[in-house]
Write a protein that binds this ligand. Structure first.
Ligand SMILES: Cc1cc2nc3c(=O)[nH]c(=O)nc-3n(C[C@H](O)[C@H](O)[C@H](O)COP(=O)(O)O)c2cc1C
Length: 376
């Protein structure tokens, strides 16, 4: 009898282990399938978050251990200076660094190795954001966040349960280690309320501004076939919806028909879902830098990515609400209110705004294959 129970336990653990390891690389390449360190590094980097899931990472592999990372000005209406695209580049670099620590490599980064560039699309395409060198180093230890790389994700569903406590916030910061940004933690129903109202208004502005709303439509994927083919972008299941609601909502969007997308009915339905999420926040974190240069953006990205993985380790989820800090005219007035409320003095800048809380896990977003990011 004892033997039988033991055997069943072994079978169950092998089965759950197999399931777990299968899920780990869902929609992600497995680093073990690559032998060149630089390709392994890309498999880790591509797990990073990026604005609108643009995955704006263009890679020139110089050798089996070195690469140049470029970005493209992919969201010119929503992100005119390409600040967020550079934050996404920082996220990629941080995931490379966390991942490669497990392979025994130290990740050395030279930022803007061919000098700064003016932020026009052509210069940006010609000069790299970073030169990344992977150095085999016997003293490299596995990053404390390595085991949680594949557990991170953006969670846009409503949050439930208790407020995030100051102890949990300290734990997050400890797990992240040294950060370039100052992390400002806002909690408590009354303290959060004016911020949440601003986030809601900012979202409404983004949705009702044709140019930015159109950019979202361009990055929206309207069914699973489109998601699995293009392997990027955002979509209804990524908004935290599940089950038959996904099918209903996708049907009502008529494959992205522009009249339906920009209609009053769609704006109202979008805002209803958005507000449900916003007002369920269990805490807010602002990522502040002392200045606002492209290097600040990339370093803020590294912090955001570390934060993102660190919270996965302690079972907390997050959702960025960056609309109010975006740099286009329609947002100016509300942005001034936000700057006053958060006591930001020029040239300081809030680089990322996130709500945090607790929620069940949601749909995992797609990523392209490592080869797709190579400049050919
Ligand atoms: C710089 C930056 C800005 C972002 N801003 C927002 C945002 O304002 N709203 C939002 O819902 N998601 C935002 N995101 C999250 C991305 O949409 C998300 O990372 C991407 O869709 C990939 O999904 P994943 O994080 O679940 O892997 C942002 C991500 C980054 C890196």
């Amino acid at each position: 009898m004892k033997k039988k129970i033991f055997l069943m336990l072994v079978i169950t653990s092998v089965y759950s282990f197999t399931l777990l390891s299968q899920n780990k690389y869902e929609k992600r390449a497995n680093p073990d399938n690559y032998s060149a360190p630089v390709m392994k590094a890309i498999t880790y980097g591509l797990t990073a978050p990026s604005p609108h899931n643009t995955q704006s990472w263009y890679i020139d592999t110089i050798s089996s251990t070195e690469m140049l990372l470029y970005v493209k000005h992919q969201l010119p209406k929503t992100d005119p200076p390409s600040r967020q695209i550079h934050i996404g580049a920082g996220c990629f670099i941080e995931l490379v660094s966390i991942g490669m620590s497990n392979e025994g490599y130290e990740t050395q980064v030279q930022y803007f190795p061919q000098g700064d560039y003016t932020l026009n699309a052509y210069e940006m395409a010609q000069k790299p954001v970073a030169r990344i060198k992977l150095v085999k180093n016997a003293s490299t230890v596995k990053d404390n966040l390595y085991d949680y790389i594949y557990e991170r994700g953006t969670n846009r569903g409503p949050y439930t349960g208790e407020m995030i406590t100051p102890n949990e916030f300290s734990e997050m910061k400890n797990l992240m280690g040294k950060a370039e940004c100052e992390l400002i933690y806002i909690s408590g129903t009354n303290e959060m309320k004016p911020y949440l109202d601003i986030f809601s208004k900012a979202m409404e502005i983004e949705t009702r501004t044709n140019a930015t709303n159109e950019e979202t439509r361009y990055m929206f994927r309207f069914n699973e076939n489109e998601r699995s083919t293009k392997k990027d972008g955002i979509s209804i299941p990524q908004m935290g919806y599940s089950g038959f609601i996904i099918k209903m909502a996708e049907k009502s969007l008529k494959n992205g028909d522009s009249i339906t997308w920009h209609s009053e009915k769609n704006s109202k339905a979008t805002m209803k879902g958005i507000n449900k999420g916003i007002y369920s926040s269990k805490g807010i974190i602002l990522f502040k830098t002392k200045s606002n240069t492209p290097l600040d953006w990339v370093l803020a990205g590294r912090d955001y990515a570390r934060f993102n993985v660190a919270i996965a380790k302690i079972g907390i989820v997050t959702h960025p609400y960056n609309q109010v800090i975006q740099e286009y005219n329609e947002m100016d007035e509300l942005q001034n209110q936000f700057t006053t409320l958060s006591k930001i003095n020029h040239p300081e800048k809030i680089q990322m705004i996130v709500r945090i809380g607790r929620a069940r896990s949601t749909y995992k977003s797609w990523r392209k294959m490592p080869e797709d990011y190579l400049i050919k």
